[in-house]
Design a protein around this ligand. Structure first.
Ligand code: 4AD
Ligand code: MG
Length: 457
């Protein structure tokens, strides 16, 4: 029976007959037989296959195999004398499933730049680094569900098409429909829903609805932002994890966020040890030491006002000048978490004027109960807050922000009927994977990145 290489390496005894299927990484011929490196994507490791000249298709097929060809191999597992591997397969049969013309197959044995690999996003998961990212991403997704499910949170599928702009920052993609018969020219944008609709920038507002009924909930889905920022940390389509908790204040919100991050690091280091080791060696030297440090130390905490003071005291000139009231820029965030604290940092109580309408106004009136978590190398990884549960305060904030309260009747109803203090946050899934893998550019941690001017397939 066919076995995945990961399981084979874990459990198949030497001397057993095994069958694997995968893609050729390399072929090397020597004295009448060939060494083939086969990878099936189940793990980083390849399995070495020895194909002897006595195999029926040795001259006709095996000697023509090149990187990218898919094969099915059966044979006996034996101890390998070669360095770097314990076992290998002595093939008793090999079937070529699909050829890959070596003249045109773009993945060569040498190391390719990530920029080049982005141009072939349909093939890049076959490389060591991008394959490792894909497995780590999958594991983290599983661990996120486990974390919340084990703690009694219910998952809510919030809509992707929405008529409310949660962040109010004007970064929504608008949706139009073309009726059948509309040609590309002269096609008029139709308001399919009878009103303006767009792709969600956050599932939070709808998650709040379910928190007001189920207590602790979370969403984990794609979100879209038409931000025209071509940076190493922004995507137009990204995934976000958003827990929302009823009867919850900012303090518990921060505890859950810190616990979640620590849990995820521990999980991925345990279950993706081989892939994490690859990142540590080739992507960011010292990554594992850094992540262990994060797990062992509590996150630092300061208020926005204190953060501004620290920035003003800094013996460093920033591109964006600092004063109370500004939105912290990436350079400020990174200075604080990397140079001042050297560990993750939670900044709380931001000026009301720079934060969205839903955040709870503090007693000082000029700040809100917000919290951002900043981590070294990335800057902001989590943004969250306690929500404004007082109807009058919320309505006043919305009016001041120029939001039409009638459009948000349903949201305000939550404050009319059994309102409770509640809080939540959003963790950017790709920023998390960047943090965990050390990847410098966010485009490497999502299978098919979408950025301004870039959406190839
Ligand atoms: O800080 P943000 O905008 O917060 C919200 O959307 C809230 N509604 C979350 C909540 O309280 N439920 O975004 C949350 C996180 C950021 O901290 C960042 O990690 C990530 O989402 N993020 C992006 N990731 C990739 N590309 C972008 N363009 C991103 N914008 C935000
Ligand atoms: Mg934010």
């Amino acid at each position: 029976m066919q076995i995945r290489i990961k399981n084979l390496l874990k459990q198949s005894p030497v001397g057993s007959c095994v069958q694997v299927a995968g893609w050729i990484r390399t072929r090397r011929d020597t004295g009448g037989f060939s060494f083939l490196e086969v990878n099936d994507g189940s793990c980083l490791a390849n399995i070495q296959v020895i194909a002897q000249g006595s195999l029926a298709n040795y001259e006709t097929e095996i000697k023509r195999l090149s990187a990218g060809c898919s094969v099915r191999v059966e044979g006996m597992l034996q101890t390998s004398p070669a360095k770097g591997q314990d076992v290998e397969i002595l093939a008793s049969g090999l079937t070529v499933v699909g050829w890959a013309d070596p003249e045109h197959y773009p993945l060569q044995k040498k190391r390719h730049s990530f920029e080049f690999l982005r141009e072939i996003s349909h093939l890049r998961p076959r490389t060591n680094a991008l394959g490792a990212v894909a497995r780590v991403r999958s594991r983290l997704s599983y661990a996120i569900h486990t974390f919340f499910q084990e703690r009694g949170f219910s998952q809510v599928h919030t809509p992707i098409i929405t008529t409310s702009d949660c962040e109010g920052a004007g970064e929504m993609f608008q949706l139009t429909a073309m009726a059948a018969g509309d040609g590309p020219r002269g096609a008029e944008a139709r308001e399919f829903f009878g009103r303006r609709a767009g792709l969600t920038v956050s599932g939070q507002l709808q998650a709040e609805v379910y928190a007001m009924a189920l207590g602790d909930v979370y969403t984990f889905g794609p979100t879209f932002r038409a931000e025209n920022s071509n940076t190493s940390r922004h995507l137009a389509e990204f995934w976000m994890i958003e827990p929302e908790m009823a009867f919850c204040d900012l303090a518990r919100n921060m505890r859950v966020a810190e616990e979640l991050l620590t849990y995820l690091l521990d999980d991925v280091m345990t279950h993706c040890a081989e892939d994490m080791d690859l990142f540590d060696r080739f992507i960011e030297k010292g990554l594992l030491t850094r992540l262990r440090g994060v797990m062992e130390n509590e996150f630092a905490r300061i208020t926005y006002t204190e953060a501004v003071d620290r920035l003003l005291q800094a013996k460093k000139t920033f591109q964006y000048p600092v004063q109370w009231g500004i939105d912290l820029q990436s350079e400020h965030e990174r200075y604080l978490t990397e140079e001042v604290f050297g560990r993750p940092l939670i900044v709380t109580d931001y000026p009301a004027a720079i934060k969205p309408f839903y955040m709870r106004v503090n007693d000082d009136v000029r700040t809100v109960a917000a919290m951002d978590i900043l981590v070294p190398g990335i800057g902001e990884i989590i943004g969250g807050s306690q929500r404004e549960e007082r109807l009058e305060v919320l309505t006043a904030r919305m009016e001041a922000a120029g939001i039409n309260c009638e459009d948000y009747g349903w949201y305000l109803d939550l404050r009319r009927y059994g309102t409770v203090p509640h809080a939540g946050f959003g963790l950017g899934f790709e920023r998390l994977i960047q943090f965990v893998s050390g990847m410098a550019n966010i485009r490497e941690v999502i299978p098919f990145p979408r950025t301004p001017g870039f959406a190839p397939c």
